[in-house]
Design a binder for this molecule. Structure first.
Ligand SMILES: Nc1ncnc2c1ncn2[C@@H]1O[C@H](COP(=O)(O)OP(=O)(O)O)[C@@H](O)[C@H]1O
Ligand SMILES: [Mg+2]
Length: 242
């Protein structure tokens, strides 16, 4: 691909990933256009976390290519990908225990050179998630599940991502908290950050994403504009029970 202006922000082609000899992803294809919100759905064990970790550079693929703005980053380290703007909010949030909300947020900016600007960004995170402002001095491990997710997303944003990858946005959280998170994500997206979100609640995913992709036992299934995927009879049967 020579015309990088036309390339999607993220382009995943024919990806295959294994843990040792155990093949987990056989054929994954996915695209995130600039400025979009993309949902990745699929049942437990389908390989969603593996796919996100591979995109973020935590796992090497066995086959296939990952491109950012048309540039092949398949061989790049995780740190290089953070510099390119790919930032992962991991499953289970993985906050730094024993550190305050504030310190967790600042650590999110570790790869940035503009430390003064990063400090100003902490204030932007507090504006986005007022609950974090109230708890800025609190040990992050003492936050509620919803607050931990806010802190994990804010920490990810502190890396100044162009594409934020979020693994299991709503898992274990109350519907009112999920609504709060989605309102914040829509704002983040309006401000220019693209999103790739693994979401087990398919109705929630269809509600806020522009595009959706199904991963079924390590293979890409339906994918495209959310209205098309939501109308797919196989998707409706498998994931919506209708
Ligand atoms: N570190 C690992 N080593 C070996 N197998 C793993 C590892 N992590 C996940 N798996 C396996 O890979 C498959 C996909 O897992 P995962 O990517 O976590 O799926 P999902 O996030 O869709 O639930 C599962 O069968 C899981 O048991
Ligand atoms: Mg997972």
């Amino acid at each position: 691909m020579n015309d990088h202006r036309e390339a999607p922000l993220l382009d995943v082609r024919s990806l295959a990933v294994s843990y040792g000899d155990v093949e987990v992803i056989w054929q994954a294809d996915l695209m995130v256009p600039k400025g979009s919100i993309v949902a990745l759905i699929g049942s437990n064990g389908a390989g969603k976390t593996t796919l996100l970790r591979t995109i973020a550079g935590a796992l090497p693929p066995r086959q296939g290519a990952i491109r950012v703005d048309g540039t092949d980053v398949t061989g790049d380290t995780a740190r290089d990908r953070v510099r390119r703007g790919l930032v992962l909010v991991p499953e289970g949030r993985r906050l730094f225990t024993g550190l305050s909300v504030y310190d967790n947020l600042l650590l999110g900016a570790y790869a940035r050179a503009d430390k003064a600007e990063a400090k100003r960004d902490v204030e932007r995170m507090y504006a986005l998630f007022p609950r974090l402002a109230e708890r800025r001095r609190q040990d992050a491990s003492t936050l509620s599940g919803g607050e931990q997710q806010m802190c994990a997303i804010a920490r990810g944003l502190m890396a100044a991502p162009r594409l934020l990858l979020i693994d299991e946005l709503s898992l274990g959280l109350a519907p009112s908290v999920v609504e709060e998170l989605i309102t914040a994500l829509k704002r983040i997206n309006r401000d220019g950050t693209s999103l790739l979100v693994v979401e087990q609640d398919v109705a929630v995913a269809f509600d806020f994403a522009d595009l959706a992709y199904v991963l079924d036992q390590g293979r890409s299934g339906a994918g495209g504009p959310v209205a098309d995927v939501a109308a797919d009879p196989a998707v409706r049967r498998a994931y919506l029970g209708i």
